[in-house]
Write a protein that binds this ligand. Structure first.
Ligand code: AMP
Ligand code: ZN
Length: 148
């Protein structure tokens, strides 16, 4: 399989690496939305978040935290967004699983935030979603998570 991020791992495609350990690499996004916008990838190819083992997921998020903290401190960011586009429908273009870290400086005009107040229609829709999830035995914790 020809995968751009696997090529970055093997070194045949250049990338501006900022941190690395035996399992993961952090490198700057070629099209940064803010200064320091970077991607974290597992060295071992996985397409989807759902295909990551629990151990890999835990290790990766410890690494994400280290990169995010270091980026924020070094670039004097006021905060950061961490996000994942998982699957084509969610905007995943490169099918090698990756986490975005986007340092924030308060002046970019990029809005990723909740809208309030929540409309009655939206609340009704949420209840329907909760009911759908409750029908799935795998989601036994949903009720506690989505309750108000
Ligand atoms: P996604 O939509 O989550 O799949 O995002 C893929 C990201 O990869 C985009 O933000 C691109 O700017 C970034 N990207 C694509 N090619 C490269 C590359 N060669 N080096 C670094 N970042 C890249
Ligand atoms: Zn890959």
């Amino acid at each position: 399989m020809d995968c751009l991020f696997c090529r970055i791992v093997e070194g045949s495609v250049p990338a501006l690496k900022i941190m690395e350990n035996d399992k993961f690499i952090a490198f700057l996004d070629i099209n940064p939305r803010t200064e320091g916008h970077c991607l974290i990838i597992p060295k071992k190819h996985v397409s989807s978040f759902s295909d990551m083992s629990n151990e890999q997921t835990g290790d990766m998020f410890v690494f994400v935290k280290e990169v995010a903290s270091r980026l924020a401190e070094s670039l004097e960011a006021k905060g950061y967004n961490i996000f994942i586009n998982n699957g084509k429908a969610a905007g995943q273009i490169i099918s090698h699983f990756h986490v975005h870290i986007m340092p924030r400086y308060e002046s970019e005009g990029i809005v990723i935030e909740a809208a309030f107040p929540v409309s009655e229609d939206a609340k009704q829709k949420l209840k329907e979603t909760q009911q759908k999830l409750e029908e799935q035995p795998a989601n036994k914790y949903t009720k506690e998570i989505i309750s108000w």
